[in-house]
Design a protein around this ligand. Structure first.
Ligand code: PLP
Ligand code: COI
Length: 336
């Protein structure tokens, strides 16, 4: 057993847990899935995932709640988004009810790796779908695999909660009418070069602008933006080319219904962001991470380093996730 300090020291990195859930798609249908201890995937050299990146994934967490239950946060939203991603990539959507059963099975089988209540760590679940069928011409494969594996994780950004430094990217993440709104592996492959360059220059992440006009805020490689206006409204970018973050949509509800704030989801011109008092990133991995500074080609835009409004939102959201604050109907999915 790990100590509380050891759980809290976990990085956001893969560590192998004993069980994963795997289902195969062949002959036009999903077969019954099952738990397996085999973490390796054997693929033919011409598998669609290897040749044409026909793959999508999800990310969600299991927590130990205050009352000892193990819960996931809104996994139905991940099930639906994964089905949307699959359709966008001409893959057969995995049934949403079966997705929830698989979540339950994987967490229950790996329950000793769910960090205890009172730590900052959680068990990260990574549902993944990939084309295993052989292709040579550009076309959808006819065989697929669905898999959920689990890995205990800590904070996504090294150093925990600290004001992040971002730069405005000269690369684009997603094209209009492309795949920016789904969780396709190819979106992340696209972001590797920009991400490596940002890190080499001392930044934590990139802020991507909309590819068509380069005037609106989109998102980062792995999280949506949150802004707080001077009159304390939560302002979040609306765009058809960003991932519809479960965390962001939940925070909009929390701000409006639990904290009595105004929540505005709308296109956010980059030229406006200097007028906001707080800026942060949100996502399953990022939770809510405050942004202290955005560098626009040498011009620095600063935000409150302790981000009190965003920290209140973070406290409320994590309080809901850990069963300390009553969750809106259907938000907590008991697993064990
Ligand atoms: N945006 C991108 C590009 C992401 O990869 C993620 C992570 O899943 C998010 C936003 C946040 O989404 P969610 O809150 O559903 O985890
Ligand atoms: C998540 O937040 O679950 C993601 O998939 C983002 C990824 C960059 C780790």
């Amino acid at each position: 057993m790990k100590t509380k300090e050891e759980w809290n020291a976990l990085a956001f990195a893969y560590s192998r847990t004993p069980f994963r859930y795997v289902a195969r798609y062949a002959n036009g249908r999903w077969e019954e899935g099952k738990l397996t201890e085999r973490a390796e995937v054997v693929l033919g050299e011409s598998a669609g995932v290897l040749q044409y990146a026909q793959t999508c994934f999800e990310g969600l967490k299991a927590y130990t709640a205050k009352d000892g239950r193990i819960v996931c946060f809104r996994p139905d939203m991940n099930a639906k988004r994964m089905a949307d991603s699959a359709r966008a990539l001409e893959m057969p959507p995995y049934p949403e009810d079966k997705f929830l059963e698989a979540v339950k099975a994987v967490v229950a089988a790996n329950r000793e790796f769910v960090p205890p209540y009172g730590t900052d760590a959680s068990l990260y679940l990574r549902p993944t779908m990939y084309a295993t069928g052989a292709v040579l011409g550009v076309k959808p494969a006819d065989e697929y695999e669905f898999r959920i594996f689990a890995s205990p994780v800590g904070a996504y950004f090294k150093g925990g909660i600290r004001p992040l430094k971002l730069r405005v990217s000269d690369f684009d993440r997603a094209a209009p009418h492309g795949t920016g709104h789904v969780k396709a592996g190819l979106n992340y492959a696209m972001s590797m070069h920009a991400g490596a360059e940002a890190h080499a220059e001392g930044f934590d992440e990139n802020l991507y602008l909309d590819a068509a006009t380069r005037t609106f805020v989109e998102e980062t490689g792995g999280a949506n933006f949150l802004f707080v206006s001077k009159d304390n409204a939560l302002v979040t970018p609306r765009s058809s080319t960003i991932l519809p973050s479960v965390t962001r949509r939940s925070l909009e509800y929390v701000a409006e219904h639990l904290l009595g704030m105004k929540a505005e989801e709308r296109p956010v011109p980059f030229a406006e962001i200097g007028s906001f008092s707080e800026c942060g990133l949100c996502g399953t991995a990022a939770v809510i991470s405050p942004v202290g500074e955005i560098d626009d080609h040498g011009r620095k835009i600063s935000f409150s380093a302790d981000a009190p409004v965003l920290m209140k939102l973070r406290e409320t959201l994590t309080g809901i996730q850990r069963g300390e604050i009553d969750a809106p109907e259907g938000w907590l999915f008991p697993v064990v």
